[in-house]
Design a protein around this ligand. Sequence first.
Ligand code: 2AM
Ligand code: CA
Length: 263
Amino acid sequence: MIDDRPVSLLGLALEVASEAATLIRSSVARTDLTITSKSNATDLVTEIDHAVEALVAGRLLEARPDDGLLGEEGTTRTGRSRVRWVVDPIDGTTNFVYRVPYFAVSIAAEIDGTVVAGVVAIPSLAETFEALLGGGARCNGEAVSASSESEPATALVATGFSYDAGRRAAQGQVVGRLLPQIRDIRRMGAASVDLCSVACGRVDGYFESGLRPWDWAAGALIAAEAGAVVTDFTGGAPSPAGVLAVNPGLYRSLRDLLDTCSA
Ligand code: 2AM
Ligand code: CA
C-alpha cells in the first residue's frame, strides 16, 4: 500500500534530490554541454536540465506510479492519486551555465493542490533545505528561521528579473526606486535559492514577478515554515504576478514600499 503521509513524500523527495544534486554537481565543469534557448535568447536550457528532469520524474513515478507531476522542462502527467509533484530540475540555469554557484534542484509534493513537503538542494553550497507543512524548515538537518530585521533601511532584499525584456525594464525601474531606501539588493539568479536565503536569514526579504509554480513551490513552503510571510504583492497566495517572502516584522513595510515603488 502506497504511503501518502507528507513525511514519506518528504523522505522520497530528499532521496531523489540528493541523486539529482550529484548529477548536477558532476556536470558543472563540463565544457561540451548542449545549450539551447527557450522563450528568447536569454532563457537557456541545457541537456542537464532535461537529464535531471528525466531522473527526478523517473525515480518519483517509479516509487509512486499513480501520482501526477509538473516539471519545468515539459513532463506533465495527470495522476490518479491525490499527490502531484512540482519539479524544477535546475533552478538558476543561467548560473549553472556560467558556473555561478546559485543553482538548485527543487522538488515539491502537493496533496489535493496544497504543498505539504518541499526540498531545495543547492549542490555548490552543499546545502539541502527541506520543510514539511506545519513541521518547520531545516537546512542540512538543522532548524532554520527567517531574520528579525524590521527596518527597511537596514534590510538586505533579494529580487530577480524575468527573461522578458519589457517586464525586465519595469522590474529595473522598481529596483531603482527601492534601492536608495534599503540596505542593498541581492540578485542571486535562482528563485528557490532566494526563498531558502529568506528561510535561513541570509537575506531579510525577497520579491519577484513573472515566476512559475516550479520556481517557488518548494522554496515558498521552506520560507513559510521558517517563519517568513509568503504571499503575492497584495497579500494573496504566491502567483506568476508576484512572490513576496519576508520576515514577519518587515513584511508590511516592505510590501508598502514595493507598492510605492511600483506606482
Ligand atoms: P530558471 O533558472 O529555472 O529559468 C531568475 O530571476 C529566477 O526566475 C530563476 O529562478 C528562473 O528560473 C526564474 N524565471 C525567470 N523568468 C522565468 C520564466 N519566464 N519562467 C520560469 N521561470 C523564470
Ligand atoms: Ca529551471
